[in-house]
Design a protein around this ligand. Structure first.
Ligand SMILES: NC(=O)c1ccc[n+]([C@@H]2O[C@H](COP(=O)([O-])OP(=O)(O)OC[C@H]3O[C@@H](n4cnc5c(N)ncnc54)[C@H](OP(=O)(O)O)[C@@H]3O)[C@@H](O)[C@H]2O)c1
Length: 288
């Protein structure tokens, strides 16, 4: 199996490369600003159509996992043109090139395509993003559906793991330093460990699954309760965690209240980890 990971320098892409290599896939990876060294790694800007076509034709993979995105939610709100260019036009370039060589595309999407009014979303629930990031990721899904004959759309939620700073590693760092942290009690998500997502994506590839999948962690939980689990597993001081409400936060982009995902469909192929199991896996992964 020859696989190209676009966004191989990201939080997910880094782990995907590791998991694919462990499973003896022939792995190629692209990065943009953060150089990844090693065999089969190269620079590529997905907004440059000719580049994307040239590289995908040259590598000629069986499967392309498209993880690259402009992922800063407030940044997308502010820099709308750039967000659209990367998340929509870039995805269109990737999808068209993948279709041209007859490969399969796995597009990584997000729980932020939903408005968060209902929670525990199923794959066929109505998408209705409340911020520009979510809108561009949903447009990316539409582009993939329109262009590709063979595709899977994999929606994740609050990604965390080793290799790059994220919500969970930030919590660990702050609590280890003895810093107070303010965490919202009224925002619900399905936190997704990058190892868990990488394993779920590998199962989708192995099973040649097509369509939309909610590939997230196995539990709906508030950010506050997630923080308590992290403090428990890493034996950190819970008194440093201050409960606050979403309304106390001054985000530029609006956030969904409950964007948790129903993972029944993916569970038939690969059961996601529950929160405590996943956080323990992270602990093993980062060796603390
Ligand atoms: N993070 C989350 O909480 C979360 C939740 C749900 C879904 N998702 C989705 O999951 C996917 C992976 O997220 P992540 O957290 O791993 O992202 P990330 O760590 O921010 O990495 C983004 C990747 O995209 C690459 N990239 C950015 N602009 C590019 C461009 N113009 N051309 C080529 N590559 C470009 C980056 O390359 P450089 O670093 O080399 O510049 C990096 O490899 C994304 O599609 C995201 O929308 C993320």
């Amino acid at each position: 199996m020859k696989v190209l990971v676009i966004g191989g320098s990201g939080l997910l892409g880094t782990k995907l490369r590791e998991v694919f290599e462990k499973n003896n896939y022939d792995v190629y990876a692209s990065f943009h600003d953060n150089v990844v060294t090693g065999k089969n790694c190269f620079q590529m800007d997905i907004t440059q159509k000719d580049d994307v076509f040239r590289v995908i034709k040259k590598v000629s993979p069986d499967v392309v996992v498209h993880t690259a995105a402009y992922t800063n939610v407030d940044g997308c709100e502010k820099n709308r043109r750039q967000a659209f260019d990367v998340n929509v036009n870039g995805t269109e370039n990737v999808a068209s090139a993948v279709e041209k060589i007859g490969a399969t595309l796995i597009y990584i999407s997000t729980d932020y395509v939903f408005d968060g009014e209902k929670g525990f979303y199923k794959e066929d629930d109505l998408a209705n993003p409340v911020n520009y990031y979510g809108l561009t990721k949903l447009e990316g899904e539409e582009v993939v559906k329109k262009i590709c004959s063979n595709f899977a759309i994999a929606r994740a939620s609050v990604l965390y793991g080793s290799n790059k700073i994220n919500f969970v590693t930030w919590i660990i760092d702050q609590l280890e330093k003895g810093e107070q942290i303010n965490i919202v009690t009224d925002q619900y998500v399905s936190p997704t460990l990058n190892i868990d997502l990488a394993e779920q994506l590998m199962c989708l590839i192995e099973e040649k699954s097509r369509g939309i999948f909610h590939t997230a962690g196995g539990e709906r939980i508030s950010r506050y309760d997630l923080t308590i689990v992290v403090a428990d597993v890493f034996s950190l001081d819970k008194d440093l965690i201050n409960p606050i409400k979403m309304e106390d936060f001054n985000w530029l982009a609006k956030r969904p209240i409950d964007s948790s995902l129903n993972v029944s469909k993916i569970s038939e192929i690969k059961k996601p980890y529950i929160v405590k199991e996943a956080v323990k896996l992270l602990q093993e992964d980062i060796g603390r």
